[in-house]
Design a protein around this ligand. Structure first.
Ligand SMILES: O=c1ccn([C@H]2C[C@H](O)[C@@H](COP(=O)(O)OP(=O)(O)OP(=O)(O)O)O2)c(=O)[nH]1
Length: 172
C-alpha cells in the first residue's frame, strides 16, 4: 500500500520534508561519552553517568570508541506502528555504526542510539547531519501503548539548550 507523502507526514505527525524514501530522517543532536558503569538486574536498572561532548564549529570529532547519541527530532510513534532506525549507509562507509532497538507504539520523545566509531582515524560529524532513517512498520493486534521509563525523554530541551548532565538524570 503506497500512501502519498502528504498523508504519510500527517499520520506520522512530521513535516513532509523530514521524510525520505524509506521513512523519517533522523539527525545528530547531542553526543555523550560513557563516564561510568551500568547495571541491569531482573527488577532494576542503573544507567551510566554520561559526559556531554561539546561540538567544535558545530562538528563532533570522534575518536574510535562508543558514544551515546540523541537524535535532534522529537518523534511520536502512532498507535498501530512500531519503528526501526537504521544508519545511513554513508556512516558505515565512514567506518561507524549505530546500534538500535525497537521504537514502541505510543512512544514520544527524542530517542537515542549507540554510535560506535571503528575507523582508526576517527570521524567528524556535524550537528544536524542526517545519520539515520526511522522506518515505520504497521503491526496488527498490538493494543498497548508505550508507558515505559523513556516516555517524553529529551523533548523539553533542544540540542543546543540541554544542560550537560540532564540526560543522566532523566535516564536514571
Ligand atoms: O534505538 C532505539 C530504540 C528505541 N528508542 C526509544 C523508543 C522506545 O519506545 C523507547 C524504549 O525502548 P525499549 O522499550 O527498548 O526500552 P526498555 O529498555 O525496554 O525500557 P522501558 O521498558 O522502560 O521502556 O526508547 C530509542 O530511543 N532508540
Amino acid at each position: 500500500m503506497a500512501l502519498s507523502p502528504t498523508l504519510l507526514a500527517q499520520i506520522l505527525g512530521v513535516p513532509q520534508e523530514s521524510l525520505d524514501t524509506s521513512g523519517l530522517k533522523l539527525t545528530l543532536g547531542e553526543v555523550y561519552r560513557y563516564a561510568g558503569p551500568a547495571t541491569l538486574t531482573r527488577n532494576t536498572r542503573s544507567l551510566p553517568k554520561l559526559e556531554r561532548l561539546e561540538p567544535r564549529d558545530g562538528r563532533y570529532h570522534l575518536e574510535p570508541g562508543a558514544y551515546l547519541v540523541r537524535y535532534s527530532e522529537p518523534v511520536k510513534i502512532p498507535p498501530g506502528f512500531i519503528a526501526l532506525a537504521y544508519p545511513r549507509s554513508t556512516l558505515l562507509r565512514m567506518g561507524a555504526v549505530l546500534h538500535t532497538a525497537v521504537w514502541d507504539p505510543g512512544y514520544e520523545g527524542r530517542g537515542v542510539t549507540l554510535l560506535e566509531v571503528h575507523n582508526p582515524h576517527g570521524i567528524t560529524i556535524e550537528q544536524g547531519a542526517h545519520i539515520a532513517q526511522l522506518v515505520y512498520i504497521p503491526v496488527i493486534g498490538l493494543t498497548r501503548l508505550y508507558q515505559g521509563a523513556y516516555q517524553h525523554e529529551g523533548i523539553n530541551t533542544s540540542p543546543s539548550g540541554q544542560k550537560p548532565d540532564s540526560i543522566t538524570r532523566e535516564m536514571h
